[in-house]
Design a protein around this ligand. Structure first.
Ligand code: G3H
Length: 492
């Protein structure tokens, strides 16, 4: 059933939309008389700056410079509203899950996991606030002064999530921002918009008017005006580093803007001569190709010691051929259609560029594409002249670079634009021990003999350099969307 969305939530009302709409085509192609064609699954409003500005005013009014009902409400009352919303969201689970699958091509099993992880995240965030009064308010007495130490809101939050976790990663910022008393302008991701449609009503029924407003439209049309207004207090974006930098520059008082950002990464798998190759292959396969490599936490470049390179490449290529390609609802499927229509051209371009600079696709069928499918390509030997050495490909290509001395890898990480994670594979404890400090001083997470990932969600999630700003995760996001403040009085 197609969803043609004709309303958007602004200032507590579902406003009717009769203007331009964007038609959504699923990356899951269907058979037609004219062959395989993208399937139309619905449409949503292409709002203009006028509607976005009206929603901004609604969020500003609901915040009312910190005097509004929402920012002055107790944390436990706000939690009550979030719980109400979560119950309504759970009631719409099947519809949301199916929309995740149809809009972004994620397997049905992983779409269910995304939904469940989001619900768990919300309840764990609530629990962390209930259990940790450090993060809502607590009393301290020192030097004759009694103080209530609070966490206070920051203002109006512009919240934008990514296409690869359109529900989960959006809510890892939106929910903590709401609970801490901020008001929200939420722009759903370009791919992964329709799935938020069933949730608008739940937002409307669960929160006071203006606390959450959902904006639609082309980012380039509606976002610059919001940033230029100077009325956005927090920019939160899980997405591209380039976009985040551009948006920050548009704010007239950037020193007063808080940014909570999860951005690009070029996470390295480092396989030393002492690695258990079977284990390195198994973990690097999952790390680099889960959801077709479309994760900011994915392993996006593999450094392998020259002495074990042949063995690694042969076992890795075999493991790639064992992965199941298919439609998202098929059992055990790991490689599915890619949602971004321009992605396949970009991936082909990366391969061409690597071939022109002396590398080859070394696995059978690597880089073959059909409709929205792209068969993973293992490219070797990659060097610094190639795009694949520097750029975040965010898709199913695995660039492999041989090294003789691990210092080469450390220097690569020092020079890199991004700094999120590395995975080091070695069964030699002293070798691992000697690498931990140099590595953890370049990235924000070092994985030992295991793939890179964000979870468990209770662990801090951030990055260095152009990879992140602020820290997410269950307790850390609460801190990112609030400020420590005191109410202090002298006791004598
Ligand atoms: O795309 C970036 C996400 O934070 C990846 O999360 O490691 O749980 O798949 P994940």
């Amino acid at each position: 059933e197609e969803i043609h969305q004709k309303e958007y939530l602004s200032n507590g009302e579902m406003k009717k939309w009769a203007g331009e709409v964007h038609e959504v085509y699923s990356p899951i192609y269907t058979k037609t008389a004219n062959g395989l064609q993208p399937k139309l699954i619905g449409s949503y409003p292409v709002g203009t700056e006028k509607e976005a500005q009206a929603s901004l005013e609604a969020a500003v009014e609901a915040y009312n410079d910190g005097r509004g009902e929402w920012p002055t409400m107790s944390v436990s009352e706000r939690i009550h509203h979030v719980e109400l919303f979560t119950g309504k969201m759970i009631a719409k689970k099947e519809m949301v899950v199916r929309l995740i699958m149809w809009e972004i091509g994620k397997s049905y099993a992983d779409s269910v996991k995304e939904f469940d992880r989001t619900v768990e995240y919300i309840y764990a965030t609530i629990d962390s606030l209930k259990n940790l009064d450090r993060d809502s308010s607590r009393f301290e007495i020192a030097e004759g002064i009694a103080a209530q130490i609070r966490r206070s809101p920051l203002g109006v939050v512009l919240c934008m999530g990514p296409f690869n976790y359109p529900l989960n990663e959006t809510f890892t910022t939106l929910i903590p921002a709401l609970i801490m008393g901020n008001t929200i302008l939420f722009k759903p991701p370009k791919f992964g918009t329709l799935l938020h449609y069933p949730l608008q009503e739940a937002f409307q029924e669960s929160f006071p008017k203006g606390v959450i407003n959902v904006i639609y439209g082309r980012g380039s049309d509606i976002i610059p005006g919001l940033m230029h207004s100077g009325k956005i207090n927090v920019l939160t974006l899980i997405g591209s580093s380039k976009v985040a930098n551009e948006l920050k520059k548009q704010h007239p008082k950037v020193n007063r803007l808080r940014a909570v950002l999860g951005l690009d990464a070029k996470n390295a798998s480092i396989i030393t001569s002492k690695a258990d190759i079977g284990l390195a292959v198994k973990e690097t396969i999952t790390g680099s190709l889960s959801f077709n490599g479309q994760r900011c936490t994915a392993l996006k470049i593999v450094w392998v010691h020259r002495s074990v390179a042949d063995q690694f490449l042969s076992e890795f290529s075999k493991a790639v051929s064992n992965l199941k390609f298919g439609l998202p609802w098929e059992d055990g499927v790991s490689l599915t259609p890619l949602p971004e229509p321009y992605k396949i051209d970009y991936l082909n371009d990366c391969i061409k560029d690597a071939e022109e600079h002396g590398a080859k696709v070394v696995n059978e069928n690597g880089g073959v594409s059909k409709a929205s499918f792209f068969y993973p390509a293992v490219v070797y030997p990659v060097n610094e002249k190639m795009k694949l050495y520097h750029e975040e490909q965010f898709g199913p290509i695995i660039p492999v670079v041989p090294f003789d001395d691990v210092e080469e890898v450390i220097q690569y990480l020092i020079d890199a634009q991004y700094g999120q994670q590395v995975s080091i594979f070695s069964m030699d404890a002293s070798e691992v021990g000697s690498l931990i400090d140099p590595l953890v001083n370049q990235v924000s997470r070092v994985n030992i003999n295991s793939q890179s990932q964000r979870g468990p969600d209770i662990f801090p999630f951030t990055g260095r350099k152009d990879s992140a700003e602020g820290t997410l995760s269950i307790p850390d996001a609460i801190r990112s969307f609030s400020i420590r403040s005191l109410v202090a009085f002298k006791m004598n």
